[in-house]
Design a protein around this ligand. Structure first.
Ligand code: BGP
Length: 466
């Protein structure tokens, strides 16, 4: 097991917090275009982190945190398809990284958290293999610019969600619905891009380590017969394994590939030379974003339906998933479990089980996101977000138990250090330890959870050093 510094931090994504969407020669992202064109709540200003980052990092440091997970905006750094660099974009992230280091905070950098440049979306986005090579070039620019100052790099954040939401449920750009063949091709290109970036990282002899961050939905069922076992396996392949296993082991799960072939999907785009790149360039660590488990059951019939909670402001959560011939979500069971107002089930033990199940890959693990979205009135005297404190406390307890039991878990990041824009749900779905008063110059106001997290870190710190 690795001997490494335990990271206590919090996480954001460029589009969700930076604002400054058209400042300093930033190019348009697919999210800028999509939300503007459809007149939906957008991240034009968001938390205005672009102008508040010094204050935000100071608050993290004063809040006892020693790591900040953030993403770099590709369209801020690379101007066009030709790959020309925007020096102002590089300068912004360079300053941000220096500010972290000055405050004793490890920058934990994600290269891609969903804001694809629109100039690449115009060329087909992740359906186009050229985008994988463009991603490699973009990562090389970052590696070169920040080598020696950033020790922790992740290629992607949650391939599952940006692909499945873009090509299955259709609630994220480019909004295609139930296009399974497209989903498969995007997954392949993204995992190839992941491996290509890792290859460059190693060839360039960049200091530090490189991993990938996956969403992890711990899969359970309330029965154990053969049909249920198969449904669990199918759901695990669908939700988790194609990201985590492929990144760690270097091959897509073989039973999943067989099943897709049997179902008649065209996999002829998969080339031996790409599969070799994927095989030869696996991650140094894996990040797991854990929010919620999934209770599943065998497929009962009917067409594929995927409904998720991010359907825009005022959507109150009407989740439903049937994947034809694979599995179904057990809605009845899910409804009985504690959940947030968006229908997301709360189950801390799922975090422990996520760590336990992923330990089979023998790479260091981090919980790179975990947190609670709430509607909150921030205009009161003191923001008493007790539910968030309870949520984080219980999840941290499970994480510490996993550490105690010998699993190679090395850090925990709350989503998020301050309130930000939630994809499609807008800014009213708050996750922050610190409130952002979006109507009042994005003023920062620490919530009770901010102080609680500071104390929690302090209390656990000594124990972890043992
Ligand atoms: C993860 C994403 C984040 C963030 C978080 C909360 O899936 O990596 O970007 O959005 O979930 O989700 P939401 O904003 O949908 O409530």
């Amino acid at each position: 097991m690795s001997e490494r510094k335990f990271l206590w931090g919090s996480a954001t994504a460029s589009y969700q917090c930076e604002g400054a969407w058209n400042v300093d020669e930033k190019a348009e992202s697919m999210w800028d275009k999509y939300l503007h064109e459809n007149n939906l709540e957008n991240g034009d200003v968001a938390s205005d982190h672009y102008h508040h980052y010094k204050e935000d990092i100071r608050l993290m440091a004063e809040g006892g945190q020693n790591a900040y997970r953030f993403s770099i905006s590709w369209p801020r750094v690379i101007k066009n398809k030709e790959g020309d660099i925007n020096p102002k974009g590089i300068a912004f992230y360079s300053d941000l990284i220096d500010e972290c280091l000055k405050n004793g905070i490890e920058p934990y950098v994600t290269c891609y958290h969903w804001d694809l440049p629109q100039y690449w979306q115009d060329e087909g986005g992740w359906l186009n293999k050229d985008v994988a090579y463009a991603f490699k070039h973009y990562c090389e620019v970052l590696f070169k610019a920040f080598n020696g100052r950033v020790r922790y790099w992740s290629t992607f954040n949650e391939p599952k969600w940006f692909i499945f939401s873009g090509y299955m449920s259709g609630n994220y750009p480019p909004c295609h619905v139930n296009q399974v063949q497209e989903v498969i091709e995007c997954c392949y290109h993204v995992m190839l891009a992941n491996a290509l970036a890792i290859q460059s990282f190693k060839e360039m002899k960049i200091e530090g380590e490189i991993g990938m961050v996956a969403s992890y939905q711990t899969i359970y069922a309330d029965k154990d017969d053969e049909a249920y076992q198969q449904a669990i396996r199918n759901a695990d392949n669908y939700c988790n394994n194609w990201q985590v296993e492929t990144a760690c082991v270097g091959a897509f799960p073989s039973d999943m590939v067989e099943k897709l072939k049997k179902q008649g999907y065209d996999l002829s785009f998969a080339k031996a030379e790409d599969l070799k790149v994927i095989h030869d360039h696996t991650v140094d660590f894996i990040g797991l974003n854990y929010y919620s488990p999934q209770y599943v059951m065998p497929y009962q019939g009917g067409e594929t339906v995927v409904k998720v909670n991010n359907q825009g402001k005022n959507y109150k959560g009407n989740l439903h998933t049937v994947v034809k011939d694979w599995f179904e979500i057990n809605d009845e069971l899910m409804k009985q479990l504690p959940h947030n107002p968006w229908g997301m089930v709360i189950y801390p033990q799922g975090l422990y089980d996520a760590i336990k199940r992923c330990s089979k890959y023998h790479v260091p693990m981090y919980i790179t996101e975990n947190g609670l979205g709430m509607y909150e009135d921030i205009h009161q005297n003191g923001i008493h977000d007790t539910e968030r404190i309870d949520y984080i406390r219980e999840h941290v307890r499970c994480l510490l138990k996993a550490k105690e039991d010998g699993y190679d878990i090395n850090g925990y990041f709350v989503w998020s250090p301050f309130d930000l824009y939630s994809w499609k749900n807008g800014c009213e779905k708050r996750y922050g330890l610190v409130a952002v008063d979006f109507e009042n110059d994005c003023k920062r106001i620490p919530k009770d959870s901010y102080y609680w997290y500071r104390d929690e870190i302090k209390n656990n710190w000594e124990d972890l050093k043992k």
